[in-house]
Unconditional design. Structure first.
Length: 371
C-alpha cells in the first residue's frame, strides 16, 4: 500500500512538472476568455443592419476574441503567432490586437513594458500599432484610472505610447458609453495630448457603434465639443481600416462630415492606410487594385509623407511627438491631397480655409496648454 502511494505521489509530481514546464496549465485561463457568442453586432447592440456589414463586423469581433483567447490559454506563444499568420490578411490585425490584450493577462504578475515591446512589438513590428492599442484596451477592461494608464504608457516608446490612450478611449466608448455617456469624462483627466489621443479611440468606437446610423454618429460626435475633431479622426481611421478593400465606404462617409472635421477624418484615413500597408504589402497592393489611379496615387503620397514625418519626429527630443506627427501630416494633406483621398494636387500658394481651421485649432490648444 505504501509503495502504491509513493508511485502515485511521484507520478503526480512528475505530472505537475510536465504540465508546468510545457505550459499546459495555461488552459485553465480559458475560463477568463471572451465568449465569441457574446461578441456579435446583435449582442452588442451595434447600429449595423445590412447583412454584408454584419458579417464583416462579426468576423472582426470573432478574430479579436480568438486572438485574446489563444494568447491567455495556449501553452505555446509560437503556436499563437503561427495561427494568426494563417488568417486572412483583412482580419489578422484584429486577432493581433486581441493577442496584445491577452499578453497582459498571460504576464499578469510579471508585466513589464520593456518585455511587452521586446516580446510583442519587436517580434512582429508590422502590427506594432495594434499592439499598443490592445495594451490600452486592456487597461480599460481592468478599469484602470487615467493615472494608472499614464504610468504604464510613460514607460513605453515615446512616440507610439499614445496609442495606448487610443485603446483606452475605445474601450470606454465601445462598452461603457451606451449605458453611461458621462463615462467619457474620465478621459478629461488625462494630461496633454493623451486626452486627445483617447478621444481618437472614442471615434473608432463610435464608427462601430453607429456604422449605419450616420445621423447618430454625427450627433454623438458633436456633443463632445473641442475634441470632436479627434473623434472625427478616429471615425476616419476605423472606416478606412475596416473597409480597406472597399475604400469607397470611407470616402462616402467622408463627404457627409462638416468641413471643420474633414481634415481630421482625412488624417484618420491616412493613418489607417499606413497601418494596413505595414500589416502586409501584398494584401495592401491587392486592396489598392480596386481603386482608380488618382486615388492610388493619393494613398501612396500620403503614406510616404506619413513615413517621412514619423522618422523626422522620432529624431527630436521634444515631448508629445505623436501630436506633432499628426498635426504635421494633417497640414501637409490639406495642401497636397484632394479630399477624401481622391488625388494628388499641386501645392497652393495660399492657405486653404481647411488649413486655416487646423492652424486655428492648434493655436487654441497651445494657448490652453500654456495657461
Amino acid at each position: 500500500m505504501n509503495g502504491l502511494l509513493v508511485v502515485i505521489l511521484v507520478a503526480s509530481a512528475v505530472g505537475v512538472v510536465v504540465v508546468g514546464y510545457t505550459g499546459w496549465w495555461r488552459v485553465a485561463f480559458s475560463l477568463f476568455g471572451i465568449r465569441p457568442q457574446r461578441m456579435t453586432c446583435h449582442k452588442l447592440g451595434l447600429k449595423i443592419y445590412s447583412p454584408d456589414r454584419i458579417q464583416r463586423v462579426d468576423t472582426i469581433l470573432a478574430h479579436f476574441a480568438r486572438g485574446f483567447n489563444m494568447m491567455i490559454a495556449s501553452p505555446s506563444t509560437q503556436r499563437v503567432s503561427d495561427t494568426c499568420d494563417s488568417m486572412t490578411p483583412l482580419f489578422q490585425p484584429f486577432a493581433e490586437e486581441g493577442v496584445a490584450m491577452g499578453y497582459t493577462l498571460r504576464r499578469l504578475f510579471f508585466f513589464s513594458p520593456q518585455h511587452f515591446e521586446q516580446f510583442c512589438v519587436k517580434a512582429k513590428p508590422e502590427f506594432r500599432y495594434l499592439y499598443y492599442v490592445g495594451l490600452g484596451f486592456w487597461s480599460g477592461m481592468r478599469d484602470h484610472d487615467p493615472c494608472r494608464v499614464v504610468s504604464i504608457a510613460d514607460r513605453l516608446d515615446p512616440l507610439h505610447r499614445y496609442l495606448c490612450f487610443d485603446g483606452y478611449g475605445f474601450k470606454l466608448a465601445f462598452f461603457d458609453y451606451p449605458d453611461d455617456e458621462q463615462v467619457l469624462t474620465r478621459l478629461d483627466e488625462l494630461p496633454g495630448y493623451a486626452r486627445r489621443a483617447a478621444y481618437q479611440g472614442v471615434g473608432r468606437a463610435f464608427y462601430f457603434r453607429f456604422m449605419q446610423r450616420v445621423d447618430e454618429m454625427m450627433a454623438h460626435t458633436a456633443r463632445l465639443g473641442d475634441v470632436a475633431r479627434d473623434v472625427a479622426a478616429g471615425l476616419g481611421l476605423a472606416a478606412t481600416f475596416v473597409h480597406t478593400d472597399q475604400l469607397h465606404v470611407a470616402q462616402d462617409l467622408a463627404t457627409m462630415l462638416p468641413s471643420p472635421w474633414q481634415p481630421h477624418f482625412h488624417l484618420g484615413m491616412c493613418f489607417a492606410l499606413k497601418a494596413r500597408s505595414l500589416n502586409g504589402v501584398n494584401a495592401f497592393e491587392q486592396y489598392m487594385e480596386n481603386v482608380d489611379r488618382p486615388v492610388r496615387d493619393a494613398v501612396g503620397a500620403a503614406i510616404r509623407e506619413c513615413d517621412r514625418v514619423e522618422l523626422e519626429i522620432r529624431a527630436d527630443d521634444e515631448d508629445e511627438k505623436y501630436r506633432r506627427w499628426r498635426e504635421t501630416v494633417t497640414a501637409w494633406m490639406i495642401q497636397h491631397i484632394d479630399y477624401p483621398m481622391a488625388g494628388v494636387r499641386q501645392v497652393r500658394a495660399t492657405m486653404s480655409r481647411s488649413a486655416a481651421l487646423v492652424t486655428e485649432g492648434v493655436a487654441k490648444d497651445e494657448h490652453i496648454r500654456s495657461r
